[in-house]
Design a protein around this ligand. Structure first.
Ligand code: C5P
Length: 250
């Protein structure tokens, strides 16, 4: 399947539908469980997210297995280390064919610059996304880390840092979309912490419904447990896609 590139104008101008904007987080312990979910959602979803739990168990092979079935993979490794180590990690995962890869913006200017430079030097490197403030962090948790200001202020501070070093994609909460969109119109906004009405937030604190995140202007929504832990994951995914499509029409 040919997806538009990551030019933001392309993403918005194209008729990229909800199916291409929903990223399902495969937070499961092994490749077999992941592939059961991929097959169950095969005709509904284009993007799957591989996070630390699954990647540490399976390595690049799980990215390849998902891609072999025609899907796109978001590798959510949230790299955060010294510049040399992050550059090496990006070289190691670049060959996997993942389409997006996360680094922590809190790693700072030098780390982000090294990450971006390395990605640009690799033939098929994933698009780098800067993780700003985890959607599991509320004001009290942020305060306890010694960071001053609100979660939204910190998101904007970190997004600015990442943007200066050349990154053009951010992971943030839905609450921050309007300001990010206004400040960085050429960047891709990927939004986790999505909870349909009535679904438990669990460890997520800065949550939004699929409809409100779409209405705010998200490019991609990341949804894990509301789909993967549902009694019928395909039905749960379809309901979220319907909600996203309805929001996009209004
Ligand atoms: O199950 P749930 O929908 O909460 O999953 C959200 C996914 O998004 C998880 O895989 C989590 O690691 C990821 N994520 C997040 N907040 C961020 C970045 C990524 O929740 N800031």
């Amino acid at each position: 399947m040919n997806l538009p590139g990551f030019d933001v104008a392309d993403i918005r101008a194209s008729a990229l539908g909800a199916r291409e904007r929903l990223i399902v987080a495969l937070d499961v312990p092994n490749g077999n469980q992941a592939m059961v979910l991929v097959q169950c959602l095969e005709n509904l979803v284009q993007w799957f997210k591989v996070g630390l739990e699954l990647y540490l168990a399976e390595g690049n092979s799980i990215v390849e297995r998902i891609r072999e079935r025609g899907h796109s993979v978001f590798l959510d490794l949230k790299l955060h280390d010294i510049p040399n180590t992050v550059s090496g990690a990006i070289r190691s995962v670049s060959a996997s064919g993942a389409g997006m890869l996360t680094v922590h913006a809190a790693g700072g200017h030098a780390m982000l610059a090294a990450a971006q430079e390395t990605a640009e030097s690799m033939p098929a490197a994933p698009k780098l996304l800067a993780v700003t403030v985890l959607t599991s962090m509320d004001q009290a948790q942020l305060d306890a880390t010694g960071v001053s200001g609100s979660p939204s202020e910190q998101v904007l501070r970190l997004a600015g840092l990442a943007y200066e070093t050349g990154l053009r994609g951010f992971v943030a909460g839905s609450q921050e979309i309007p300001e990010l969109r206004a400040s960085y119109p050429d960047s891709t906004l990927v939004i986790p912490g999505i909870r349909p009405a009535g679904v438990q937030a669990g460890d997520q604190k800065r949550v939004a419904t699929p409809a409100s995140a779409m209405a705010d202007g998200a490019d991609y929504l990341v949804v894990g447990r509301p789909i993967t832990k549902a009694p019928d994951p395909a039905a749960a995914a379809q309901a979220i896609i319907d909600e996203m499509e309805a929001a996009a029409r209004t």
